[in-house]
Design a protein around this ligand. Sequence first.
Ligand code: FSX
Ligand code: SF4
Ligand code: F3S
Length: 327
Amino acid sequence: MKISVGHGLADAEKRLEERGVSRRDFMKFCGVIAAAMGMGPAYATEVAAAMTADNRPSVIWLHNAECTGCSESILRTAAPYIDTLILDVISLEYQETIMAAAGEMAEKALHDAMKKPYLVVVEGGIPMKDNGIYGKVGGHTMIDITKKVLGNANCKGTIAYGTCAAYGGVQAAKPNPTDAKGVKAVFPKNLVINVPGCPPNPYNLVGTVVAAIATVTKGAPLPALDGDLRPTVFFGETVHDKCERQPFFEKEQFAMSFDSKEAKQGWCLYKLGCKGPSTYNNCPTKKFNPLDKGVGVNWPVQAGHPCIGCSEPNFWDKMSPFYEMEK
Ligand code: FSX
Ligand code: SF4
Ligand code: F3S
């Protein structure tokens, strides 16, 4: 796949420089995204081109029923400037949590953003019960807003970011009082890619957005998805597959309490409830809070907490009790 670098790259570099992000740092970031997508270093140029292509679609970001941890997971990322890159380089036209506009100005921003091609990032589950009255933004139900944005001809694809948007999440846990659902369950005919996790890893989102932009601008193939609509490049292996405690699992060395010396020495947390063997995600290799090489400083199991299966459909019901061994 070849993407031509238009004026967009120069413009983006100028904007980034104004914010203290050098071209070198930007290209380094693109290299990290390329690696996260399972590609070699040469692919960094393609990532840069996709993120800055003149004809790239803008991004509309909707919030439904959620804790906003998914946005936080991006905004709290220390380096390399992932928030700046997402917010400035990708044309984010509408995001209720962070945009300055409020009230009618915000509604106008959404209306204007929908006049040209766009991708949608959805955060949060959609409450469906009683015509959606349990979730409203600016007096409109979440289902109505989502319908309007996803049903427009300019909508080129949707990324459900976080387990709530992908599968319903915490508000869909039994007894699911608002009948919350994930995006694909409500819009079965729409193109939806799921990037789950509670919260998800922001690099999995950026990689997916880059792939979607390349599809829209150059007709590049969409990333391969698993049966739960997750890109296999990020979700193709279980947490257990790459877990650093796995040698202890193999030797059946299981920590039996959180404060034990065995737990601190890295013994396996399976008997403390770890659901890593049945959870697909790249947490052990990407980790969270990335440093400049794009690998984070830590992840739940490294920190001594069992994986609770947060990127799996219905994990609140399916994976609980969280501190008991899987049956
Ligand atoms: Fe859900 Fe995201 Fe968990 Fe929270 O918005 S995936 S509750 S981290 O914030 O939707
Ligand atoms: Fe597998 Fe969890 Fe044990 Fe790691 S801690 S080896 S993911 S069971
Ligand atoms: Fe979630 Fe398990 Fe990773 S709980 S963050 S999938 S280690």
